[in-house]
Structures are given as structure tokens and as C-alpha cells.
Design a protein around this ligand. Structure first.
Ligand SMILES: Nc1nc2c(ncn2[C@@H]2O[C@H](COP(=O)(O)OP(=O)(O)OP(=O)(O)O)[C@@H](O)[C@H]2O)c(=O)[nH]1
Ligand SMILES: [Mg+2]
Length: 388
């Protein structure tokens, strides 16, 4: 289904764009005020109204009828000025129109073969769409809620949201934080595409386990492809006061791992790899095999939508991935498009990261917290979720 968003300085202008593109019969699914940040909202001219609309979905349209210039009546007259008194004949006529629209809606949903959206769950449907949940999945969730919830539950938007949250939650598997036991070395590697936050996440984990948990932590990097990459990790190793080994061949890896025999937690940083580059991914596999890693966490960024994430997870699976870390949740526009990945990916989630701050912006993955973020029920700020 084609769902589009339009932004303009005023609602009227945004609605005019909808009309121009999608025609008079388009349905308005959602309107909201958007702005870069809370601070910018107060700067005149930066306030924008976003309208989500579709010409495909047929719902009683919220698009107000076009007004002739001659009539010069403002749009949404009822909200800005006192509504004129209506006769009971007017009201009866409106009621009749509404009933006809609902009947049309049901008929068109049946004709299209798609399950219709019950009016009491339409708000849930538009909320899911606004959270970037794909249309098919949003409809499926709505149907599931409808079949499971009692009539009284359906009448309460909060209960409805809680039910859909628990339905999504039940599909998300998590590992819990890394289990680090003194005297039993655990070797954990982070792998993934370039720039997703592997090194930063290693620094967050290293700082947490060394400074807060008082464990012996060591770092190994096999990212010798960029000079800056080694320096980046070395800077963190110096600040946190950790031993660090730089490895440039699988043979050196075995020696480096042996030198860290008395460390409780070895965190291994790797070079970012394109999921399409099978040769480099195979090379990575050889490094990890020599190190005899206990865990390999695939790091994926939530920024830029979920398109391709499942394929990326599949491509990296050959190196023996055991868990999934989702980064940059703070930067992602909507997280609903992560749901197919979370539902279908075989890897359990280990950590979520929500910013650039080391060591604060990381939390052990928690299904409830993640679903809260996806559905916009909690903020992606430090302290928003359970810390490590
Ligand atoms: N907003 C945000 N930025 C992050 C997060 N995690 C990492 N970054 C930023 O992402 C950028 C890349 O981070 P790196 O840790 O260097 O990424 P990498 O995966 O090691 O990159 P390569 O080694 O080049 O593959 C840096 O600017 C980080 O500060 C996060 O959770 N949120
Ligand atoms: Mg890196």
C-alpha cells in the first residue's frame, strides 16, 4: 500500500499537497507537528506539520471538503472558530453519511481481500504505521488484537496498546548481559558492516566490566585495515587502562589469545565488512576460528531502516554469529521496520545502544524496553532503560 508523508509549515499547506498528489479521495491517516529538536521548535519558521496520507486505504476521509475561494471559509472551521448551530436535520444527514461511509469501508476491505480495520482499532493501526511498522504486519497485529481482546479491552486504547506490545514482546529473544566470571576467560568478538558502532560498543562494554564490575578486561583488534581504527581502540584502552593486542594474521591471533589467558573478558574488535564481500567475510571467519571465540555478536545499526538487515544477518552467519547488537536506536526515525528482523532472525538480542557516550549509552536488551521504543512508549535517552 502506498502511504506517503507530506510536510509543510501549516496544516492547510500540507493538505493542499495531499490533494495535489493523491486527489480528493485520499485518506488522512495521521497528522503531527515535527521538528528537529525541542529547542528548534521554538524558532519561528522551523515548525512543520507532517501529514501521513494514502490514496489506497479507504477509510472515512479526514480530509476536509475543498472550499471555494469565494466561500473563504477556513479549513477545520470547527476547531478555530465557534461552530455554527446545527439543525437536527443536518445532524441526521451527517449520521446517515457516516453510516454509509462505514458500510463502504467494510465492503471495500472485503472486495480487496485484505482484512478490514475495525473502527475501534484504527488508531492502533495508524500508530503502528507511524512507527514505521509495515502495512501487512500492522494489519496482522490489528487482526490478532481483535481476535484476542475482549470487547471492553478493545474500547480502551491503553489496554489495546499494552496487548499489541506484549504480542510483539513474546517474539523477541534476548541473551541477558555477558556472563563474566573471574578466572574463566570469555572471548567475545563483535562483527558487522562498516561504521555501525562496533568499536564504540566495545569501549562501552570494556569500561562497564572493568570500571563498574571490576573484572580483568583485555582488548584485541584485528582491524588493521585502517590506521585510525587501531588508534581509536588504543585510545579507549589507554583511558580505561586495559591491555591491548593488535593482530594482523590468523596465526598471530592464536598467540594474542594465549597472552590474554588470565583475563576474565577479552573483547575483540574487527574491521567493518560489507555483507556482500564474501572473501573478506571468509577471512574474518578464519580469524575468529583461530581465536576460538566463545561468542560472536553481530552489530547492526537501526539507522536507515531495516531493508537488507535480514540479508546482512544471513551473510554474517557463516562466521558463527551467536547474538545481535542493535545500535543507534537514538538516531533511527522509526523502529517499527525492525520488527521483521526481530521476529525472524535466529539470533537473540544482547545489547541496544542509544548514543555515542562511552560508557553510558548501552543497555542489555530487554524485550519490553525495545517494544516500548518501537511503539514510541519510551524515550531513547540514557536512563530510559535498564542499564547493564
Ligand atoms: N547516535 C549514535 N551514534 C553511535 C552509536 N554507536 C556508535 N555511534 C557512532 O557511530 C560512529 C561509528 O562508530 P564506530 O564505533 O567507529 O563504528 P565501527 O563499526 O567500529 O566502524 P568501522 O570500524 O569503521 O567499521 C561514531 O561516530 C560513533 O560515535 C549509537 O548508539 N548512537
Ligand atoms: Mg571500528
Amino acid at each position: 500500500m502506498d502511504i506517503r508523508t507530506y510536510k509543510a509549515p501549516t496544516l492547510q499547506e500540507a493538505l493542499a499537497l495531499v490533494r495535489r498528489d493523491l486527489g480528493e479521495t485520499a485518506s488522512i491517516l495521521h497528522t503531527r507537528e515535527v521538528c528537529g529538536s525541542a529547542l528548534l521548535r521554538w524558532i519561528p519558521g522551523l515548525r512543520r506539520i507532517e501529514v501521513t496520507a494514502s490514496a489506497d486505504v479507504y477509510v472515512p476521509s479526514r480530509l476536509p471538503p475543498r472550499h471555494d475561494a469565494a466561500s473563504a471559509e477556513p479549513l477545520f472551521r470547527g476547531r478555530t472558530a465557534s461552530p455554527p448551530a446545527r439543525s437536527s436535520a443536518d445532524l441526521a444527514e451527517q449520521l446517515h453519511d457516516l453510516q454509509a461511509m462505514v458500510a463502504d469501508l467494510c465492503a471495500s476491505a472485503k472486495a480487496s481481500g485484505r482484512p478490514d480495520i475495525p473502527p475501534e482499532l484504527f488508531q492502533l493501526y495508524t500508530d503502528l504505521i507511524e512507527s514505521e511498522v509495515a502495512d501487512d504486519l500492522a494489519r496482522r497485529l490489528v487482526q490478532q488484537v481483535r481476535s484476542q481482546a475482549s470487547t471492553s479491552e478493545l474500547a480502551d486504547p491503553l489496554l489495546v496498546k499494552a496487548r499489541v506490545a506484549s504480542m510483539i514482546e513474546s517474539d523477541i529473544r534476548v541473551t541477558g548481559p555477558l556472563q563474566v566470571t573471574p578466572g574463566r576467560r570469555r572471548l567475545v568478538a563483535l562483527v558487522g558492516p562498516t561504521g555501525v558502532g562496533k568499536t564504540t560498543t566495545i569501549a562501552k562494554l570494556a569500561a562497564h566490566y572493568r570500571l563498574r564490575e571490576k573484572r580483568k578486561v583485555g582488548l584485541i583488534t584485528v582491524d588493521t585495515y585502517r590506521i585510525a581504527a587501531v588508534e581509536q581502540l588504543r585510545t579507549y584502552a589507554d583511558i580505561i587502562d586495559l591491555p591491548m593486542q593488535v593482530v594482523s594474521s590468523p596465526r598471530e591471533m592464536r598467540e594474542a589469545a594465549a597472552r590474554m589467558a588470565d583475563v576474565d573478558l577479552v573483547l575483540m574488535d574487527t574491521a567493518g565488512r560489507s555483507p556482500k564481500d564474501e572473501v573478506k567475510i571468509h577471512e574474518l571467519k578464519n580469524f575468529l576460528a583461530e581465536a576460538q571465540t566463545d561468542e560472536v555478536h553481530l552489530v547492526l545499526s537501526a539507522v536507515g531502516g531495516a531493508a537488507g538487515l535480514e540479508r546482512t544477518a544471513e551473510r554474517f552467519s557463516v562466521v558463527g554469529t551467536t547474538a545481535l547488537i542493535l545500535t543507534k536506536l537514538d538516531e533511527a526515525a522509526g523502529l517499527g521496520n525492525l520488527l521483521p528482523l526481530l521476529q525472524r532472525c535466529k539470533l537473540p538480542l544482547s545489547y541496544l545502544t542509544t548514543g555515542q557516550n562511552v560508557p553510558d549509552d548501552i543497555e542489555a536488551a530487554d524485550p519490553r524496553r525495545l517494544v516500548g521504543l518501537v511503539l514510541g512508549l519510551s524515550a531513547t535517552t540514557a536512563g530510559g532503560g535498564a542499564r547493564l
